[in-house]
Write a protein that binds this ligand. Structure first.
Ligand SMILES: Cc1ncc(COP(=O)(O)O)c(C=O)c1O
Length: 322
C-alpha cells in the first residue's frame, strides 16, 4: 500500500488547483432535516479556482501533465453540449498553449450560453454531433486530421475518467484529514465513474474507512458500478496494487433512484434539494448532477439510514455553469 500511495503522489500534475477547497459543517441543513439528521459536511470542489471549478479540474491536473509528457500539441475530448469536463479541458488547453477539439452531442445553444459559451471563449474548436454514439468517430476523425497536419493529438475519454484522471480525484482525499474531517460516508454525483473510482481509491489509500456512495446522474446502478470497478482494476494495475486494496471495506455503492427522466431532466426531489440547500446554506446546486446527488442524500436521511452519530460529507462537484 505504501508503494501504491507513493506512486499515486509521484504522478506529475499541472497545478490548476494548488490550494485545498473549503469543507465545513451544514448546521442549518441539519436543523431543517430534523433531529434524526447525521452531522452533515460539504466539500466545496465547486469553488476550485480554475475555469469556474468542479471535479473535472482535479482530473485535468494529471491528464494535462501526461499530455505534456507525451509531447501533445492538441487535446481532444467529448461530452454533452453543456459538458463541464469540456469547459475545463478547453481552459486547460488555453493555459498550456495547446489546441483543443471538443466533440459535443446535442443541440448547440444559439446564442451560445453556459459551458458551450465558455468552450468558445477559451478558444476551443467545437464540433457538434447529433448523438452520444457519434462522438467516438468524430474524435477519431479529429485526431487523424491533427496528425495529418503534423500535430500530436492527446485523446481524453468522456469525463476525463481514465485511471490517471481518477488518481487526480484520489489525491484530493487528504484535504479532508487536513481539515480534521473523517466522514463515515461521502455522497457525490456520479456519471462517467472517475470521481467515484478516485474517491473510493483515495479513501482506501489514505486510510479512511469511509463508505463512498455515488448517486447516478444517468446510468443504471449496475452499469455504473461495473464502470467504477473496471476503472479501479486499471488504477490498481497502474499503482502496483490490488483492486481490493483500492476498494476498501464497503465495496462500490451506486444509487440510481434519482435519475428520473434521465440525464439532465429535472426531478421534483432535485428541485426541492436545491431549494433546501440554497435556503439553509446559501449554496447552489446544478440541475444535472449535484441537485440529484443532494436529493439522494436527503432521501436516505429521511428514510432513517443515517443517525445523529454518523458524519456524512456531501462532495460538491460543481457544474453550476451548465
Ligand atoms: C458537476 C459534475 N458532477 C459530477 C460529475 C460526475 O463525475 P464523473 O463523470 O467523474 O462520474 C460530473 C461529470 O460527469 C459533473 O460535471
Amino acid at each position: 500500500m505504501a508503494t501504491a500511495l507513493a506512486t499515486l503522489m509521484s504522478k506529475p500534475a499541472v497545478p490548476l488547483a494548488p490550494h485545498r477547497t473549503p469543507a465545513y459543517r451544514l448546521e442549518r441543513l441539519e436543523q431543517a432535516l430534523g433531529p434524526g439528521s447525521p452531522r452533515l459536511f460539504i466539500k466545496r470542489d465547486d469553488l476550485l479556482p480554475f475555469a469556474l471549478g468542479g471535479n473535472k479540474v482535479r482530473k485535468l491536473q494529471l491528464l494535462a501533465a501526461d499530455a505534456q509528457r507525451a509531447g501533445a500539441t492538441a487535446l481532444i475530448t467529448c461530452g454533452a453540449v453543456q459538458s463541464n469536463h469540456a469547459r475545463v479541458t478547453a481552459a486547460t488547453g488555453a493555459v498550456l498553449g495547446l489546441r483543443v477539439v471538443l466533440v459535443l452531442d446535442g443541440d448547440a445553444p444559439d446564442p451560445p450560453v453556459g459551458n458551450y459559451h465558455h468552450d468558445l471563449l477559451f478558444g476551443a474548436d467545437v464540433r457538434v454531433v447529433p448523438t452520444r454514439e457519434a462522438r467516438d468517430e468524430a474524435m477519431a476523425a479529429a485526431a487523424e486530421e491533427i496528425r495529418r497536419e503534423g500535430g500530436r493529438p492527446y485523446v481524453i475519454p468522456v469525463g476525463g475518467s481514465t485511471p490517471l484522471g481518477a488518481m487526480g480525484v484520489a489525491r484530493a482525499v487528504p484535504e479532508l484529514s487536513a481539515d480534521g474531517i473523517r466522514p463515515d460516508v461521502i455522497v457525490h454525483a456520479s456519471s462517467s465513474a472517475g470521481t467515484q473510482a478516485g474517491l473510493t481509491a483515495g479513501c482506501a489509500l489514505f486510510g479512511l474507512k469511509t463508505r463512498v456512495l455515488g448517486i447516478s446522474a444517468d446510468l443504471p446502478a449496475a452499469d455504473l458500478k461495473q464502470t467504477v470497478e473496471t476503472l479501479i482494476d486499471r488504477m490498481a494495475e497502474a499503482l502496483g496494487t490490488t483492486a481490493a486494496n483500492l476498494t476498501g471495506p464497503h465495496g462500490i455503492d451506486v444509487d440510481d433512484t434519482q435519475v428520473g427522466g434521465g440525464y439532465g431532466v429535472p426531478t421534483g426531489a432535485a428541485t426541492e434539494a436545491t431549494t433546501l440547500l440554497a435556503r439553509s446554506a446559501g449554496i447552489l446546486l446544478d440541475p444535472v448532477y449535484t441537485s440529484k446527488a443532494m436529493a439522494g442524500l436527503i432521501a436516505r436521511i429521511r428514510s432513517g439510514e443515517f443517525t445523529p452519530d454518523h458524519t456524512v460529507l456531501f462532495w460538491h462537484t460543481g457544474g453550476l455553469v451548465g
